[in-house]
Design a protein. Structure first.
Length: 164
């Protein structure tokens, strides 16, 4: 006859339950408390460096969703002037192929993850919305030089170190 028939199984289960009752919770009280995401995160925005972009449209050609639209005109030095650079983040699948394909390191995945909107049209990012600026933090995804300078990801194990 097995011991469980004498209630040992229940006792074991209850012991485990009680053990967890006294453990420190590892949940995060978002949005009051935010964890630092992975340095290589593929957030829900793209970041564009206007100065480095040549308007070659390699990123747009690499996008499997066709959600990057670029319109260029010819400049005085036979260069491209980017008149329109628009990304429909509502269709983007955050694959990062456009970032990997950019030969001039002018496009980055963003660090942001709070871009929920009520209307799909509001997810379309134009040149100004994509522009690399102080507010927009590029992710280190496919950009090892940037990755090295980004803060370390907060793991739930390190939760005690998270500033509240
Ligand atoms: S991340 Fe992928 S789906 Fe999104 S714009 Fe870039 S290539 Fe297209
Ligand atoms: S691939 Fe890079 S350089 Fe070419 S248009 Fe896209 S962002 Fe600009």
């Amino acid at each position: 006859m097995k011991f469980e028939h004498y209630g040992i199984g229940i006792a074991k289960g209850m012991a485990l339950t009680f053990k967890h009752l006294f453990r420190k919770p590892i949940t995060t009280q978002y949005p009051e408390e935010r964890l630092t995401v992975s340095r290589r995160t593929r957030g829900n925005e793209l970041v564009w460096d206007k100065e480095r972009c040549t308007g070659c449209a390699t990123c747009a050609k690499s996008c499997p969703e066709g959600c990057i639209e670029i319109i260029t005109s010819r400049g005085e030095e036979n260069n491209y002037i980017v008149d329109k650079f628009e990304v429909d983040m509502g269709r983007c699948i955050f694959c990062g192929l456009c970032v990997e394909a950019c030969p001039f390191e002018a496009l980055f995945m963003g660090y942001a993850y709070e871009r929920a909107r009520y209307r799909r049209q509001e997810l379309v990012m134009d040149k100004e919305a994509l522009l690399l600026s102080g507010e927009r933090q590029p992710s280190g995804y496919a950009r090892p030089k940037i990755e090295a300078g980004l803060p370390r990801q907060t793991l739930l194990l390190d939760r005690d170190k998270v500033k509240k």
